[in-house]
Design a binder for this molecule. Structure first.
Ligand SMILES: *[C@@H]1O[C@H](CO)[C@@H](O)[C@H](O)[C@H]1NC(C)=O
Length: 368
């Protein structure tokens, strides 16, 4: 679930820096040389400024004011140090698991996860990654999903895009991405069922980064409620599948959910329903807005740069011509999309869809 932690901001804003937030464990210990910065107001910290300015302006302003390398702040009810720019990222990634470990704010955990297993799943993530999540999500495993992705993309374009004079890309790409995740993770296809998950999930993602004050009317309060609805719906799906698996005694791995139900850890223990739910939510959070933001930016650049568009079009049409009208894309076809892939990579470089991630220090260290 590494991907979960690399996801930070659900905003489709242009970002040129990737900042990483990291919790200073020994908060306020005197005598420590902490980064410059302000922790803002009591309770809300600098959350208001963050929301009003947007992440990009918020970070740039503080980089100018305090230090271009690292500054401290208080967001989501937590004291954080923000590592900025390429050198900050290099330091954190090169030292990941040596000096730092995956972490996320209490307020996010509370909105998203079953509290009984919220801390568990963070620790178990390492084991899970080794054992099977990694297997399921590595590129070789993803190859087999390509025809399905293509089929769903075709249907989506036919029903949502083709009939319209004008479309808004971001909401539609979110709709597609979420439907795809439901299908790949849990084989949930019925549009009403997808919507029953998507609506409360949107409440969670839009309130997850607000000031974590759980009072009626706050965005955080809606996020908490949405999270509860998502978990209830997921539990129903997980239980139904467990019953199916028990009845048919099948050991098939038709999707991520079946695999999660069938997999055991080093001690031969199965994951329980709440742990599975937490893991699925983690994957949904990681995949949902990042993917749809990336798709949106690729299309934005294609719309703005006709000479790039025409090259992508040419490449795509050549592949299309080599196939029958109903023949779905395969991994081999994707490998032929060299120019298109470069365009996607460049769009990711220019507008990174995830603008940061959280880490916790496991030891004291000095930076900058
Ligand atoms: C990793 O951390 C060590 C110790 O703080 C530091 O000396 C080193 O430069 C870091 N690595 C990178 C690539 O920044």
């Amino acid at each position: 679930m590494e991907a979960f932690f690399t996801y930070l901001l659900p905003f489709a804003v242009l970002s040129v820096i990737l900042s990483l937030l990291f919790l200073n464990r020994k908060r306020n210990s005197s005598g420590l040389n902490l980064p410059p910065g302000s922790s803002g107001w009591p309770m809300v910290g600098e959350n208001m400024e963050f929301v009003l300015q947007g992440p990009q302006k918020f970070v740039y302003e503080r980089m100018n004011k305090y230090s271009p390398e690292v500054f401290q702040t208080c967001l989501l009810g937590e004291k954080l140090a923000v590592f900025c720019g390429a050198p900050g990222n290099k330091f954190l990634f090169m030292n990941d698991s040596k000096l730092l470990t995956s972490w996320w704010p209490q307020s996010m955990k509370k909105a998203l996860l079953f509290p009984e297993y919220a801390d568990n799943s963070v620790k178990e993530v390492g084991a899970l990654q080794r054992s099977f999540l990694h297997e399921i999500l590595k590129p070789e495993a993803l190859k087999q999903y390509i025809p399905l992705m293509d089929a769903m993309a075709r249907e989506h374009v036919e029903t949502e895009w083709a009939p319209c004079e004008e479309v808004k890309v971001f909401p539609l790409s979110k709709k597609y991405t979420f439907a795809l995740a439901c299908k790949l993770f849990m084989s949930v296809e019925d549009p009403d069922h997808v919507k029953r998950l998507a609506d409360p999930f949107t409440l969670v993602t839009s309130g997850m980064f607000s000031v974590p004050i759980d009072l009626p009317g706050t965005a955080y309060n809606r996020a908490i409620k949405g999270g509860k609805m998502v978990r209830e719906e997921l539990l129903k799906i997980i239980r139904a599948r467990r019953n199916e698996l028990m009845e048919s005694k099948e050991t098939s791995d038709r999707d991520l959910l079946s695999r999660m139900l069938l997999i055991t850890d080093e001690q031969g223990q199965f994951m329980n329903e709440m742990e599975i739910s937490n893991n699925i939510i983690g994957l949904l959070v990681a995949s949902y807005e990042t993917t749809s933001t990336a798709v949106t930016f690729v299309l934005k650049y294609l719309a703005e740069l006709p000479h790039i568009y025409s090259e992508v079009y040419k490449e795509q049409m050549e592949i299309a011509k080599s196939k029958g009208p109903d023949e779905l894309l395969t991994w081999e076809d994707i490998q032929k999309m060299k120019y298109s892939w470069n365009v996607a990579c460049e769009a990711l470089r220019l507008s990174p869809p995830a603008q940061g991630a959280f880490r916790e220090a496991i030891t004291d260290f000095t930076y900058a």
